[in-house]
Design a protein around this ligand. Structure first.
Ligand code: ADE
Length: 281
């Protein structure tokens, strides 16, 4: 019988005992800006004055500057494995000092509507279940199911989102505000659930609400990146615009929203957060 312990590894915070980790803490180390889809990152790339592509693991990593900070922007592609691979390359090859994930999510909690913004305080994989060996959702041998977002970066993203949500028409135009009902968008902070499924039926989102009553939104990458960053002891934070309600209409709402709104929100929120950010060293 396979021996399985609980909480075996604990937080695998790598100490600064190698050159890469020490370099990571320097203000010159880049901040990673990650999205899953081209549309989610397009406006951000256009705003980088000096971006240079570097190819690794079949992806283009765009090195440059945004709001005066060195950054590396990349499309993770969709799903937890693609996101984890991307995060690992960012940490190992580019020595990033923080990873910020942006994009869209399906709203789960009752008050989380299309056009609202969710900043993660913690993230969990809703499709991870190694029971009865481990409790449902727990990452085997990590001793936890929820990975916290970095509090300082989450605060910066929340402040930035609050600023941006003040005037959605300035970002996406009055027509899009009418079309998507973005009149009074709200900011939410809490649990984001990630899994390798696009949740597109009311039955599935009902089940998620029942099993994870505090989950605000669902997407397909965040918790995987949070876990990788936790293993490396590097700050991670995520901000998602709600594109759909993860119900029977999710697929049509999603496509229209991503094309018209998501990219502008991602750019505006990340830029505002970077403008506010002052490196500690
Ligand atoms: N991202 C945006 N909407 C989503 C949904 N309904 N399910 C999973 N990921 C999403």
């Amino acid at each position: 019988m396979l021996a399985v312990g609980r909480g075996g590894a604990g937080p695998a915070t790598a100490g600064p005992h190698n050159a890469r980790m020490t370099a990571r803490h320097a203000a010159s180390a880049p901040i990673a800006l990650v999205g899953a889809l081209h549309e989610e990152l397009a406006a951000l790339l256009a705003a980088m004055p000096d971006e240079q592509p570097v190819r690794a693991a079949g992806r283009e990593f765009w090195l440059g500057h945004l709001e005066g900070h060195p950054v590396v922007a990349v499309l993770s592609r969709v799903g937890k494995v693609a996101a984890a691979t991307t995060a690992t390359v960012l940490l190992e090859r580019f020595g990033v000092r923080a990873v910020l994930f942006t994009g869209v999510a399906g709203g789960l909690a009752p008050g989380v509507k299309v056009g609202d913004v969710v900043v993660a305080t913690e993230l969990l994989q809703h499709d991870l279940d190694a029971s009865p060996l481990f409790p449902r959702y727990e990452v085997p041998l990590a001793g936890r199911s929820r990975f916290p977002a970095d509090a300082a970066w989450a605060e910066a993203l929340a402040q930035a989102a609050g600023e941006v949500l003040h005037d959605p028409a300035a970002l996406v135009g009055a027509q899009a505000v009418r079309d998507f009902g973005l009149g009074a968008p709200r900011l939410h902070r809490g649990l984001i659930a990630s899994g390798d499924r696009f949740v597109a039926t009311a039955a599935e989102s009902d089940a998620l609400r029942r099993d994870l009553p505090d989950a605000l939104a669902v997407e397909m990458e965040g918790a995987a990146v949070a876990q990788v960053c936790h293993d490396y002891g590097v700050p991670f934070a995520a901000v998602r615009t709600v594109s759909d309600r993860a119900d029977d209409a999710a697929h049509t709402d999603f496509s229209r929203f991503v094309a018209t709104v998501a990219s502008h929100y991602s750019e505006a929120v990340l830029r505002a957060a970077l403008r506010r950010w002052r490196p500690a060293c």
